[in-house]
Design a protein around this ligand. Structure first.
Ligand code: PGA
Length: 240
């Protein structure tokens, strides 16, 4: 695993943007695996600023997202589909038809997971961006998720519901279930970029880099990926 420690979040976001912009410039038809959460917001700001300033072209880029809350349709303001439009896609010249995410409003969850797996098979990713949960989850793959998992429905861990409640009006509004890309599908991306910021991620980062490879820490599977880069700020790197 390549590890880059930055002095702060701003530098982390800039370094991550350099990597994504490099891929898009090199391969205008790149497939980007994207993530939600607060961690990538700085990176997304950098990508939009670069698009404005340098005109980097996303017209042929495809974007595939990791996860979505079950029960929230794409127009719900707390859905991840909405998050991606608001925080990234609306600021790029990406064709929204080339952006993919699980359908939170699907009536049949099992069928939706199958549909998403077939889509992932047809769109091999050049890079998969990841945040990391304070409990070591990646996407919504909570501790105990089998490394062989493909897209599936998850019951969110209590710690995840609490962590994510800051983005909702009340903790009671946070959905208890979600659809998530599985660890097997994440590992199939050609390269992986993990971002971690802040002291509350330090333990998870330690386990990601130096911990035992175990399903108790979903992120630890990334130690087995041949092309994984971790960018973390000094607070998140404090226990390395
Ligand atoms: P965060 O979430 O970026 O909002 O901290 C990361 C995650 O839970 O994967």
């Amino acid at each position: 695993m390549r590890i880059i420690i930055t002095k702060d979040y701003d530098e982390l976001s800039k370094k991550a943007a350099e990597i994504i912009i490099g891929i898009v410039k090199n391969k205008p038809t790149a497939v980007l695996g994207l993530a939600t959460g607060t961690t990538p917001l700085g990176l997304y700001g950098e990508l939009k600023a670069d698009r404005d300033k340098n005109g980097t072209d996303y017209s042929k880029v495809r974007a595939v997202n990791l996860d979505e809350y079950a029960g929230l349709g794409a127009d719900n303001k707390n859905s991840y589909a909405h998050f991606m439009r608001e925080n990234l896609f609306n600021g790029l010249n990406i064709d929204l038809k080339n952006t993919y995410i699980e359908n939170g409003a699907a009536a049949d969850g099992a069928a939706e997971c199958k549909r998403y797996d077939a889509l992932l098979e047809s769109l091999p990713r050049d890079i998969q961006l990841l945040g990391i949960g304070s409990n070591g989850h990646i996407a919504f793959n909570e501790p105990g998720t089998p490394f062989g998992a493909t897209t599936h429905t998850v019951e969110l861990a209590a710690s995840t519901v609490k962590d994510n409640s800051r983005l909702f009006d009340s903790i009671d509004d946070v959905p208890r279930k979600a659809y998530t890309m599985g660890l097997k599908s994440i590992m199939q991306s050609r390269s992986i970029l993990v971002l971690a910021t802040g002291a509350n991620k330090a333990e998870a980062v330690k386990n990601l880099v130096n911990g035992k490879i175990t399903e108790d820490v979903p992120a630890s599977v990334l130690q087995l990926h041949p092309d994984c880069t971790l960018i973390c700020d000094s607070a998140a790197a404090a226990l390395l």
